[in-house]
Design a protein around this ligand. Structure first.
Ligand SMILES: *Cc1c(COP(=O)(O)O)cnc(C)c1O
Length: 410
């Protein structure tokens, strides 16, 4: 069965009447409750379970931050803020959502290139930690701090001289728009001191979507060593050492879930060393996709079924305008099918090879390319798994002016 390895990875969802259950309801029931397709549904139980699994696998001293760019739905951010130790934002817009959601400003950090002056001022006013990515940010923060009479809390985001091997997106090492090159850090630390900013630590982020525990461990270890060396030049103790994240989730046949055990053991060793070598510091890891990705599905309804020269096309009421990542156009080099199935009361029945396409006038609007699927009719629901991260938020929803989607937290 070609689909077996794909769906075996989707065992986080129970089945009832042969249908996938999300948030306690079958998708047919949930679609009726939502009142329209397409929609995204995020399962609170799965989010909670994922946090609990991480807490069990990693040392309790490691702080878990939710990187909300993966899924900034306000209700979900509020739910996550109650479960994790902090929230990482990447814009003033995200900062607003995090603060509205009740995240503690002391545990919010703000990273990202190109922070505008007004955003830096907002961060100082809110009392959150700014992960500085450019020398330009330092005097702007100092001016805001002086004007407002509030400390400017800063960590330096370091662009290290190594990469995260095996990650889907590399965000550190080499020439990058992210962070300050490690060579610049002594100068940046001197400027932080001169300008009277409140130095709190370092942020290292090597990359994203990594399924290889050993390369994550290696990056965390190298990041730790680098932070130790850099801390020798700091005038204040390191309080905050953000070692990044990059934990991946399986999307494609043959991919296995990340093994947390070696990462937990590695972090335990680093926590132990930090106790003596950086005694005031807390180790933080920040994860977006790993928290939210597997807890979400995208659901769209079949509005047409066509056969073109022997190939079956199921045409749905949403596509890449809602879920760019599943279409393969969000960073995939070689397009692969996300895990997709048909959800219908009564279960699977006969199967057929079909392509699922959205309603947009472009051949890029493809949710499944010649996949082995339960045979489907007009009106059936198509489910795209692994859709809780970089789905809704990373899609060009205005493209072709099609109706939008609804998001529910269930
Ligand atoms: C994107 C990003 C994250 C989240 O990445 P995931 O792959 O979703 O875990 C965390 N930190 C920084 C700095 C990021 O840019």
């Amino acid at each position: 069965m070609p689909t077996a390895p794909i769906h075996a990875a989707m065992d986080q969802f129970a089945l009832r009447d042969g249908e996938i259950v999300v948030g306690g309801q079958t998708l047919t029931q949930l679609a009726a409750r939502v009142g329209q397709t397409p929609f995204y549904a995020y399962d609170r139980g799965l989010l909670r379970r994922r946090v609990a699994e991480l807490r069990a696998a990693l040392p309790s001293a490691v702080k878990l931050h939710y990187a909300m760019k993966a899924n900034p739905m306000p209700a979900l951010v509020g739910f996550m803020a109650g479960l994790v130790d902090g929230v990482d934002v990447a814009s003033a817009g995200e900062l607003k959502v995090a603060l509205d959601a009740g995240a503690d400003p002391a545990e919010v950090s703000f990273a990202g290139p190109g922070k505008r002056d007004v955003e830096l001022r907002q961060a100082v006013a809110a009392g959150v930690l700014v992960n500085v990515e450019s020398m330009r940010e330092l005097p702007v923060l100092a001016a805001a701090s002086h004007e407002l009479g509030l400390p400017a809390r800063v960590a330096l985001r370091v662009n290290p001289d190594f990469e995260l091997k095996g990650s889907g997106m590399k965000m550190g090492g080499g020439a990058k728009q992210f962070g300050l090159d490690v060579e610049l850090i002594p100068e940046a630390l001197a400027a932080v001191g001169r300008l009277g900013l409140a130095f709190e630590g370092f942020h290292l982020y090597a990359g994203s979507q990594n399924l290889r525990a050993e390369s994550i461990c290696e990056a965390q270890q190298k990041s730790f060593e680098l932070a130790l060396r850099l801390a020798a030049n700091a005038r204040a103790p390191v309080k905050f050492l953000n070692l990044g994240g990059g934990f991946g989730i399986p999307y494609f046949p043959g991919e296995q879930r990340l093994d947390l055990a070696p990462i937990g053991a590695n972090l335990a060793a680093l926590v132990e060393r930090a106790r003596s070598e950086l005694p005031k510091s807390a180790i933080v890891i920040e994860l977006g996709r790993y928290f939210a990705g597997e807890a979400g599905v995208y659901v769209t309804r079949i509005v047409d079924r066509k056969v073109s020269r022997g190939q079956v096309f199921l045409v749905t009421d949403g596509g890449l305008n809602h879920h760019l990542a599943a279409s393969g156009n969000f960073g995939q080099v070689v397009r692969k099918n996300y895990p997709v199935t048909i959800s219908r009361r009564g279960g699977v029945g006969p199967r057929e090879v079909a392509s699922v396409v959205g309603p947009l006038c472009t051949p890029l609007d493809l949710l499944a390319d010649r996949m082995d699927l339960p045979a489907a009719q007009i009106g059936d629901l198509v489910v795209v798994f692994q859709s809780g991260a970089y789905g809704a938020t990373a899609s060009p929803r205005a493209f072709l002016d099609q109706p939008g989607f609804v998001e529910v937290l269930v």
